[in-house]
Design a protein around this ligand. Structure first.
Ligand code: HEC
Length: 293
């Protein structure tokens, strides 16, 4: 039997070297399993060199760099590899045993609070302030209610200098002089329109015209334009049914609003009805509503 000398054969020997050593630490016939005990090696970088030699004497080499770490683990903060430093540098160092690598007390070393944590705290604080301002801001619909609107009497008392120098009549006096709908500083206009479209317009119509035969018109209605507003207040507070209005008997009921609406809201919507769509009746205040409740 004859072999072509130029055809390489299977490797016949494998030799294993550690680092720069000239003598192999083991040699085998492949395939082989090799057990390496790192505890006899110093911690740090090493290289395993594996050489395979075939029958013709050709050598294949494989280099495997690796790091041995049997000693205590070390954590360092304050100095990183390759960093550029100047003056004094504070460096925190900690070490933890290899037997207990997960002991949190030993593994943790003090470090500065990372920048992203500060950014997150600032973002949350700013959002919280924005939310608080939004939450306590007066909604425009309520800006003119007695609770939120500035009291004209107090405003006048706080600014007496303006009054004397400009020589205008006191605001309270001018209010009384106009004899306006704005009785006792109660300004219903914005709130009244808002309560009306939210609670009444679905039946009585945005323009107070009602629906013929189903819901009575409020424009020109005798109760709404009546001199004594008590009947008007009581109907809105307690509802109404079975009444004939201008010769029409309405099958539907007028719901009671005492539970849903506050005194100010009821007074505002009543004043809105009494001064809209051509109606020109005297207006009321929240105090009258609370008396009729
Ligand atoms: C569900 C429909 C409906 C809604 C909503 C409604 N009403 Fe009425 N309202 C009626 C009906 C029906 C009558 C007539 C009842 C009757 O004749 O017995 C009526 C009657 C009235 C009257 C009496 C008119 C009169 O001449 O006696 C007034 C005042 C009135 N409504 C005001 C309001 C106000 C203010 C609101 C909103 C806060 C409102 N209504 C919401 C259906 C409604």
């Amino acid at each position: 039997m004859q072999y072509d000398q130029r055809v390489p054969e299977d490797p016949v020997a494998v030799r294993i070297f550690l680092d720069e050593a000239a003598e192999p630490i083991a040699s085998y016939r492949p395939p082989a399993r090799f057990h390496m005990d790192t505890r006899s090696m110093r911690d740090g970088e090493h290289t395993l060199r594996i050489e395979a030699v075939d029958a013709l004497g050709n050598t294949g080499v494989r280099l495997i760099p690796f790091v041995v770490s049997n000693g205590p683990g070390i954590t360092v903060t304050g100095l990183r590899a390759g960093s550029r430093v100047r003056g004094g540098v504070d460096i925190d160092i900690n070490a933890f045993s290899a037997e207990e690598p997960f002991d949190p007390v030993r593994a943790e070393s003090a470090g500065p609070i990372p920048v992203w944590t500060w950014v997150l705290i600032v973002v949350i604080a700013v959002w919280g302030m924005w939310y608080g301002l939004e939450y306590f801001a007066t909604p425009p619909a309520f800006a003119q209610t007695p609770t939120y609107a500035p009291n004209p009497t107090l405003v006048a008392a706080e600014a007496p200098a303006v009054q004397t120098s400009v020589q205008t009549p006191a605001p309270v006096a001018s209010n009384a002089a106009t004899g306006s709908k704005n009785v006792a500083g109660f300004d219903y206009s914005a709130l009244g329109a808002q309560v009306y479209s939210g609670n009444c317009a679905s039946c009585h119509g945005e323009t107070g015209a009602g629906t013929p035969g189903a819901f009575p018109p409020l424009a020109g209605d005798p109760v709404v334009t009546g001199k004594d507003a008590d009947a008007h207040i009581k109907i809105v507070l307690h509802g109404l049914s079975g009444k004939s209005i201008a010769g029409t008997k309405y099958a539907a009921q007028m719901p009671a609003f005492a539970a849903q609406l506050s005194d100010a809201q009821i007074a505002a919507v009543i004043d809105h009805e009494r001064t809209s769509w051509g109606n020109q009746a005297a207006t009321i205040t929240p105090g009258q509503v609370s008396r009729d409740r």
